[in-house]
Design a protein around this ligand. Sequence first.
Ligand SMILES: [Zn+2]
Length: 900
Amino acid sequence: MTHVNRWMRHLSILTHLFFLMRNLLSTALVATIAIFFACTPKTGSKITAIPTHPLEPAAWDSMGKPVIGDDLDDTAPLEYTLQEPAGISLDSLPPYNSSHTFEVDLIHTKIEISFDWAKKRANGKATLTMRPWFYATDKVTLDAKNFDILSVTFDGKTEQLKYNYNKEALTIQLGKVYTRTEEFKIAITYTAKPDERDSYGGSDAITSDKGLYFINADGSDKNKPQQIWTQGETESNSFWMPTVDKPNERCTQEMYITVDDKFKTLSNGLLISSKKNSDGSRTDYWKMDKPHAPYLFMMAIGDFAIVHDKWRGIDVDYYVEPKFEPYARDIYPYTTEMLEFFSNKLNYPYPWPKFSQVVVRDYVSGAMENTTAVIFGEFMQHTKRELMDVGRINEKVVAHEMFHQWFGDLVTTESWANLTLNEGFANYSEYLWLEQKHGRDVADDHLMTEQQGYLVSASGGGHPLIHYGYNSREDMFDSHSYNKGGCILHMLRQLVGDEAFFTSLNRYLKKNEYSDVEADELRQAFEDVTGQDWKWFFNQWFFASGHPSIDISYDWDETAKKASVHIMQMQTGEGAPQIFNLPLAVDIYDNNGKAERQEIRMTKRSQSFVFDAASKPALINADAAKALLCEKVDHHTQEEWAFQFRHAPLFFDRWEALQGLQENKAELTTQVSKEALKDKSAIIRLKALGGFEPDDIRIQAEVEDMAVNDPDHQVRAMCIGTLAIVGDKKYIPIFEKGISDELPYSVVSASLEGLLKTDPAAAARVAKTLEKDESDAFTEVLSSLYADSPSLENLPFFEKKLATIDGFPSFPFLANYQKFLLGLNDDALLSQGVEQMKAIALNLNTSQWRRFATTKAIADIRNAMQANGRTEMAASFEKIITAIKENETDALLKSYYDGF
Ligand SMILES: [Zn+2]
């Protein structure tokens, strides 16, 4: 699954990130609201990033003896502090979420299903082929959540079997004892009622795991297509089919999906036939003849345009809403190229019979790797021009879900405790793809974001990466399983070398294909291939908590001609190793910029490493590979940082050098920052720009030039935005040049802001033209412009947008709308506007984004009325807010409303 919650380092692109929903919608909403209101991404001030550069294959022995150092014969075992779960007395076992214990093995699933849109129910018949797993049994227990069970028989028989059903588990008496060599087939007829959870005690807070979703079921929302789709992970497909809903189960599958003939369907495997029925409906028959886990089963039904590609003879299909058909290949960029790349890199061809991708409405996650049929949220679906501002998000998510087809679908985590065996790999595939397609700098920038995402989250507490003690399996979908898992694979790759890394992955896939895995199986694959013991690595990174926190300082002994590096491990976190076994590459630079590499291994809490050097090194780069996942304080001087920026080879080197310099506003900082404006990496150029005040005349010429000529439009938009803040009329030609249909929305928006400062009349004319654009990309800048000088002629713009605005853009838009309404100074119009917002806030069929943003706007208006002494009006708006709160069923939104 992809959760999308990548930290945005640049607020200029924040508005384009509303679609980054990493996790369930409610979580995305929390995160977005946090960003919207609090708004500064946290990065530890001393976390000068972390990692990379391929180390040579390890030359150390497996006991962790340092090759260079002052204590070569230290072979004391590493110390670990085991986590003591809070609240557990010493004579009790700690919480342990085991893998599923099998009673029977599900071999084949056949589902015949149709839908009742009005009641949001599915009518199904499941025919399940099973046999006892090992021990003989006379009963079988299936996951089947909130069904009405209509009939349970052996397949082809009419005699009803005895069963117990408690709305979650269906236990069927088989009437005799079956042994593990005896297959049997059970047919179950049922009605699935995913929207009627109260009947078994479900809470409103967990409606997002209902498995089967009807979108705009009654067709009342004219702005939204009607769709049905499923979301199985973690154990939710048992809301629409009886199954053994566990990740360590696998079976083959047939789906007979009956729908109105106007809809398209998508499911796993191949579409074998499509048959029209006498009642005007149509039955599509999908067949998946390779086994996979039940949580990877899927259906998507709706009015889709399908664009076809082929790769090595298999169908590659892109499902989009019809108006996005021209952009289907842009929405799922590089799909066939990635299939080729990953197949070759793993030396294991894509293992399934087709590859389809579909975007659905109101999706509850970012994306999901259902075998052969990936589902994505709407954040993917844009026009080609909009996608110019989206950056590489689409290709990263496509890569992530595609890599899951191997890591997750072909080999599947045995239990949710081992989730990183799915998500760590999918996460790391984003790095692999970026490195391949766009180069090391781009990939390293991505890695740095992943590292920081983990480190920020870990500052609030952590757990072992392989985590049997979780409270809820949903908690496993965090920045440990994803970010940390990916970062650890990257470290492992640096340690073993590329060839060993990918050979080991191939071995792991081949040995475990079509089966479940746990972390030890990964370790064994690496040990088989490299001939080395990797327990020390897996113990500290996979099975312990935390990460190293290191402090690095340097010395030079002129008399002895010795340079030294002192490293201290400072980590104190609960469950974290007090001493990590840390192999590091140290680059020692002479004054000419020539580096000599030394490999060291740290095995003590505090350790010094001494090197011969003819003269004082210009720089010692103690973590030269930049692969280590850690917090780091590096005591370089300003001169050493400048040297590192100019001579060290990696993106990380330049980033952390610039960071180190920017902490001091010295002349050297300005010099290096000016050089950084010409860096080959757009991210470094942006970081350099961020170190200057907008009106800093020392870089005025550079900014003017970059505003027009920088090859990266994000840099260009930032430079134009900088000139807009300065607001000098001499920049009008630059702003005018930035307003073009050919340019990304971000550049045009920044240019409009500049024009507004320097030539308001021209800006107003341009605004009227931009209003015609169908995209919401200009909504924020236009609504802000109109809210600043409220005029009745712009009311229709707000009313029109209010009808359709959704997702993250709802927030700035509604903030501007309430400001605009207040600015009109017309009580009747204000009340009318509030009534419109109230209607949206009360409509539980509309999205949480719209409900939240409208309620917040009404609350802001009430506050303004109160502040102006308009108590009667304030009281009437207060009543509306109370009514909205009472009507709201979402616990999270209710809790936010309590704060209004
Ligand atoms: Zn994933």
